[in-house]
Design a protein around this ligand. Structure first.
Ligand SMILES: *Cc1c(COP(=O)(O)O)cnc(C)c1O
Length: 436
């Protein structure tokens, strides 16, 4: 149902609105204007969008758990036990039994000593970086890291060294060049003055959200260790999906002696629960000391209302399903293979702009078109055919690399993927040299 717009011509535009309207007009002219589409009903591979039925290829609900009846039932049970809101931040009176159970289950699953819940991945990344780093510290970050890692890093005031995407030599240079006396405690930002020397933190997405490629975790982990730096991985798109047991991108780099990879194991592991778990929120996994420190110092944790207990109950049930039903990951991988094979047969180039190959494990598959207007025109044409594929433009991706971002889910059927391939062909993408 649409609301009638208020007649605004009779109202005097304020100075603020005039300024904003100028900027909005600029975005429109550059084909960078964004709108939301209204979904009716549950999230899934079939959805009703703006009043039309379509197949959804732009969801991060990779395992199809966002509308799983068992997850919804767990949430309903917790809702009837606990009501809706948690009522306060976790440090005041908002830390329910459901939150604690989820933290314990996630710690057990990830193999880390402790886990801390946040309301979102955004809050987790900003909270961790701002909480851990101050102006005397150095952050060494992949240039294509998620926006929340960039903002968190900036907010911390730490020296920010941006490294070319997946460039191991670049990380090495940054680490070699950034060594300092370790005495920089004067200007301590978030930390108490005098508590510790300066720190260097390497931070990367595990799976890059718009490219679908993997961070070189083994190398980054070795480099970090070699240079005495800490390693943080944001595995929003890997957790639940990658690895034989769904433990994420770290499970793709296993060590021989342990269930959870120790050489490749980051000091700080962040994952979200709004993607493969079909719930909401995020968690940080790490050592006892890390979690205790974040409880004291992560502002987005300390000064924010705890997530609803029902959301924690939903995530806990989703985690149980992740562990109990590896066939979901197998189906996802089969779907990825069908799509990648079909696209190759049609001569459609799938994958990040700078890499030749695509990962057989990752659910994110971009088709780089380049021009923003053309990308959005193809996305609209696909939607008219009943296929919902997001067009991604700057500033989410670099200028000139606008793309369709296709995501596959365990719940897609073979016929859905074939319909997508047919539609991509019908929209003129087959056999074309797309990228500039
Ligand atoms: C989605 C995402 C986030 C943010 O998580 P939310 O829970 O949606 O706020 C952080 N990092 C990456 C890599 C993401 O893809």
């Amino acid at each position: 149902m649409l609301l009638k717009p208020i007649a605004i011509d009779s109202m005097q535009a304020s100075a603020l609105d005039r300024r904003l309207d100028t900027e909005l007009a600029r975005l429109r002219a550059a084909d960078l204007y964004r709108v939301r589409r209204v979904v009716e009903g549950a999230h899934g591979v079939r959805m009703r969008v703006d009043g039309r039925d379509c197949l959804n290829f732009c969801s991060n609900d990779y395992l199809g758990l966002a509308s799983d009846p068992r997850v919804a039932q767990a949430a309903r049970r917790a809702l009837s036990d606990n009501g809706t809101g948690s009522g306060a931040s976790a440090l005041i009176s908002g830390y329910n039994r459901e939150h604690r159970q989820l933290e314990e289950a996630l710690a057990e699953f990830t193999g880390y000593p402790r886990v801390l819940l946040f309301t979102s991945g955004w809050a987790a990344n900003c909270g961790v970086l701002r909480g851990l780093l101050g102006r005397e510290d150095t952050l060494i970050a992949d240039e294509l890291n998620h926006a929340s890692l960039i903002d968190g890093g900036r907010l911390s005031g730490a020296r920010y060294l941006r490294v070319r995407h997946r460039d191991v030599a670049g990380f090495r240079d940054a680490l070699s060049g950034s060594r300092d006396s370790g005495l920089g405690t004067r200007d301590s930002g978030g930390r108490d003055p005098g508590t510790a020397g300066s720190m260097r933190l390497v931070v990367t997405d595990g799976v890059f959200s718009m490219d679908g490629d993997l961070a070189p975790l083994t190398e980054l982990s070795e480099l970090s260790r070699e240079h005495g730096a800490a390693l943080m991985v944001d595995d929003a798109h890997g957790f639940g999906v990658l690895g034989p047991s769904g433990r994420g991108s770290v499970e793709l780099f296993p060590s021989p002696e342990s269930r959870v990879p120790s050489p490749g194991r980051p000091d700080i592991y962040v994952a979200t629960m709004g993607k493969s778990l079909g719930a909401s929120g995020a968690f940080v996994a790490g050592s006892e000391s890390l979690i205790e420190y974040l409880i004291q110092r992560a502002r987005s944790f300390v000064f924010s209302t705890a997530p609803p207990p029902a959301i924690a109950a939903a995530a806990l049930e989703a985690l149980r399903i992740v562990r109990a039903e590896p066939e979901r990951r197998a189906r996802l991988r089969a779907n990825i293979a069908r799509f990648v094979r079909g696209a190759a047969q049609l001569g459609i180039r799938v994958g990040p702009p700078d890499a030749a190959d695509v990962s057989a494990d990752v659910a994110i598959h971009p088709i780089v078109i380049g021009d923003a207007a053309r990308t959005m025109a193809v996305s609209r044409a696909l939607l008219e055919r009943g296929l919902w594929v997001a067009g991604i433009r700057p500033p989410t991706v670099p200028v000139g690399t606008s793309r369709l971002r296709i995501t596959l889910c365990a719940t897609h059927e073979a016929s859905h993927i074939d319909a997508l391939l047919d539609a991509l062909q019908a929209c003129g993408l087959a056999g074309a040299s797309l990228a500039a």
